[in-house]
Design a protein around this ligand. Sequence first.
Ligand SMILES: [Zn+2]
Length: 412
Amino acid sequence: MRLVQDLLDRLAEIGADPPGITREAFGAGENAAMALMAETARGLGLECGVDAGANLTMRWVGSDPSAAPVLVGSHLDSVVHGGNFDGAAGVVAGLAAIAALRAEGFRPRATIEVLALRCEEAVWFGLGLIGSRSLLGRLPKGALDLPHARGGRNLRDCIAGCGGDPGALGRPLRDPRRIGAYVEVHIEQAPQLIEAGQPVALCLANPGNVRHPHIRITGEDAHTGLPHRFRHDAALAGAELALALERLWLDEEAGRRPMAVTIGRFHTLVERHAMTVVPGAFEMSLDLRAYEPAHLAALEAKLHGLVGAVAARRGVAIDLGPRSAAAPGVMDAAILEELAAAAARQRGLAPPRLNSPGSHDANNFAAAGVPTGMLLIRNRNGSHNPDEAMETDDLLAGIGLLTLWLAGRAGH
Ligand SMILES: [Zn+2]
């Protein structure tokens, strides 16, 4: 479909920032992408608006005002030097599905709404999924005071500056019980669909996480000649904890309980470390993720057990520091079956059912009790990098499914 390629090309121009794409949240890139989507939506006869979280809403008003609206969409911001498709593909998919339905002469009974959600990427404020949090009243305390990574303006001023109303964000902007469904199309962030040889997957769940950004291990600085039994080596304690977490991960996977461990920061202290000093201080971060709330809770309990054991064995103190958490997003079973039924009507399509490696705005909808679904689109090379590679034909296959699903959900 011409519209899809045109929009993707124009989004790439808007975000061009060699060697990748940058569409800064609440900045020029995201704003220009929103303007492009709004202009396209108006061309399709949709009513455009901006909600109190400065999210863009594009509505195709249905004939039955009592029918709960059906929402589709994603986000338009990117990381710095990311790719063109993470997020944006989902907003384009929503508009393209509406264009396809209009071309068929379809008339919606329930209102269909395409959402372009603000600031999904955590790079801008150290907190992700901001647009969907705003919409559903799920911004954590103090979030509006967080400074933007570029320029330091706080989130409150950024939202106000983009037409939102930060004073209205303490509670949901709309009643989640009055939302019929939310379906998000998003590129896959692992090569599982490349492996499966399929363009589209039905998402089962998005991971939730427990995060400790500032873990500190305290031992004792000592001379390099100190025998092992006298040492309180903070770096080796960090290494032991990291490898124990990896072993836990591999054991869980062998038991078919998917999860992931990421230690993105792992270091001795630059102001103190030296080749000839046994390190007495060590810092690391931890992102622990899993797909079921009970599993995530059990993993967190195991983390505490490992921390206690390593600290005791090494004679160090391990302070996990601040903790943040996000609930797993479990997709709605009925929507999953509806999407599967739509796929069965498409020749050559046999979408696998996969867990998504990443968290998405869909998590907030699911956590708020909105029946939620996701379609993942095949994508080589992961995301959050300039080499993201989604074929437009694969997105079109996803749009075909979304269109069939919308016709069923919002039709007569
Ligand atoms: Zn995304």
